[in-house]
Design a protein around this ligand. Structure first.
Ligand code: F6P
Length: 478
């Protein structure tokens, strides 16, 4: 109704996530430097800032003791409408690395062998409480609160309790940016019920795909005895709405960047450098869920199975450092660089190497240039909430109409249908054959597939995602 859309435009919005769009670091001379954070959540929410204004609360990544220093961080973030939630460093580590990334993340992505520990769990609860205190304080005027991701699953419940005690009627949305696993996989976690109850205190809970949403409903039913019906869940006298909200990117940001003179120069330079070969591009956070080991196996198999391509193909793999304090991620880095070394050792010549491996994050303009010169983009996630790199590649391929080769376990593959070449990431032979198929695809077929993908990413932007969620949230709060 018009009244609900009126109220939705009048209510202010508070967004909460663990990571802020800017990561603050202290430089050697003592001043604070901020850089744009990487990852899907930041990509989608940053796109939303174009159309919707909100205050964004999150952990700034460091915790200076001096009030002046805190003030300096506050001031620099406020230019981006971001507000720091300061956390004691040890506590933040135990919450982020200890529980969120070492225990919860593997379970959400079906990695077995997780052991539960009380200490990181306590830190997780404590950090959720600190966030709840900050947000309760900030949301005194009926603001809508939109909580993001697995680091803050208890927050909706803590907020609801605090706000109800103060006689306010809370309007809380929760969006998950990872897969939601089947009930049987979630059950491995002894505190699964607490997390489900935390999320169920929201007004609306959003997922990237319908499968994830159904897994959540099933978990609430099996583990809590809640009653799912249609897209709602009844629990403890409350009705919780659930939905699939298709997250996206801001394609215009890429199109605009590609028009810049220096980026065009770079594209030409790279085009010249790779004029005699085809380029396969991979861009992933260095995370075991991205299936980098499998990607390299598949590529090695391709070079072996189709030896004519040796010397005529280059894989440029950007592996953005991520969660480097967690042992699994350190071990993975060692394993990947070893694998890259092995393949390069085997197939290189004095004037050719089949893999260019960048273990670093690269500037946005360089990323756009790489996306635009790549003939194929290869993404091999073993599990992945959505995977927005797939969207970003499409955004930069208007000219070339390159081929997207995407794992069937990335959320994005559900939506991209026959626009992509889809494969099972554990099937090495299938990776190899998919690469081959992508390289041989003729111009007409590429154009046709590209058209579908382009329409999809243009229709499902981050701005639309945010708008749809907020609409649903404000409707639920009536
Ligand atoms: O993909 C899930 C996710 O939580 C994203 O939402 C986030 O941007 C990404 O992982 C990066 O994680 P981190 O905050 O640990 O760098």
């Amino acid at each position: 109704s018009s009244s609900s859309s009126n109220s939705s435009t009048k209510r202010n919005l508070i967004v909460v996530s663990n990571r802020l769009p800017l990561s603050v670091k202290r430089s050697e001379d003592g001043s604070y430097l901020s850089s744009i954070s990487s990852g899907g959540l930041v990509t989608s929410l940053s796109g939303l800032t174009k159309t919707t204004s909100f205050q964004w609360f999150g952990w700034p990544g460091l915790n200076p003791k001096e009030p002046e220093e805190r003030e300096e961080i506050r001031r620099s973030l406020s230019a981006h409408n971001a507000v720091p939630v300061f956390l004691d460093e040890r506590l933040a580590q135990a919450h982020y690395n200890g529980f969120s990334n070492s225990i919860l993340w593997p379970i959400l992505h079906y990695q077995s062998g997780v052991t539960f520990d009380e200490e990181p769990w306590n830190a997780y609860k404590k950090v959720n409480e600190i966030f709840a205190d900050y947000i309760t304080e900030a949301a005194q005027n009926g603001e809508m609160i939109w909580v993001h991701d697995y680091h803050l699953m208890l927050l909706p419940q803590m907020l609801r309790e605090r706000m109800t005690r103060k006689g306010r009627s809370p309007c809380i949305g929760f969006s998950l940016h990872t897969p939601f696993p089947a009930a049987e996989a979630l059950r491995v976690l002894p505190v699964a019920r607490d997390l489900l109850q935390g999320m169920l205190s929201s007004t609306v809970v959003g997922f990237h795909t319908e499968d994830y949403r159904m897994n959540f409903a099933e978990s609430c039913h099996n583990l809590l005895g809640a009653k799912p019906q249609d897209h709602m869940i009844f629990f403890k006298d409350r009705l919780v709405r659930t939905g699939k909200f298709t997250v996206g990117i801001d394609p215009g940001k890429f199109t605009d960047t590609l028009k810049k003179d220096d980026v065009q120069d770079r594209i030409q330079q790279l085009g010249e450098r790779y004029k005699d070969v085809k380029v396969i591009l991979g861009v992933d956070r260095l995370d075991y869920i991205k299936g980098l080991t499998q990607k390299l196996h598949g590529y090695e198999q391709f070079l072996t199975e189709y030896p004519n391509w040796q010397g005529k193909i280059v894989l440029i793999q950007v592996a953005v450092p991520s969660r480097e304090d967690v042992k699994e991620y350190q071990d993975l880095e060692t394993q990947i660089s070893c694998q890259v070394g092995k393949i390069n050792g085997k197939f290189s010549h004095a004037d050719y190497a089949p893999i260019i491996y960048l273990h670093k994050s690269i500037p946005f303009s360089e990323l756009a240039a790489l996306y635009s010169i790549a003939d194929v983009c290869l993404l091999t996630s073993s599990r992945d909430g959505m995977n927005l790199v797939a969207f970003e590649y499409v955004a930069c391929q208007e000219q070339r109409n390159g081929v997207l080769v995407l794992s069937e376990f990335a959320g994005a593959s559900v939506f991209m249908g026959n626009g992509i070449i889809k494969f099972h990431p554990a099937n090495t032979k299938e990776i190899s054959q998919s690469i081959h198929k992508a390289l041989l695809m003729n111009k007409e077929e590429r154009k046709e597939r590209y058209g579908k993908l382009r329409r999809f990413i243009d229709e499902n932007t981050s701005a639309k995602w945010g708008h749809d969620f907020v609409e649903k949230l404000s409707a639920g709060a009536q």
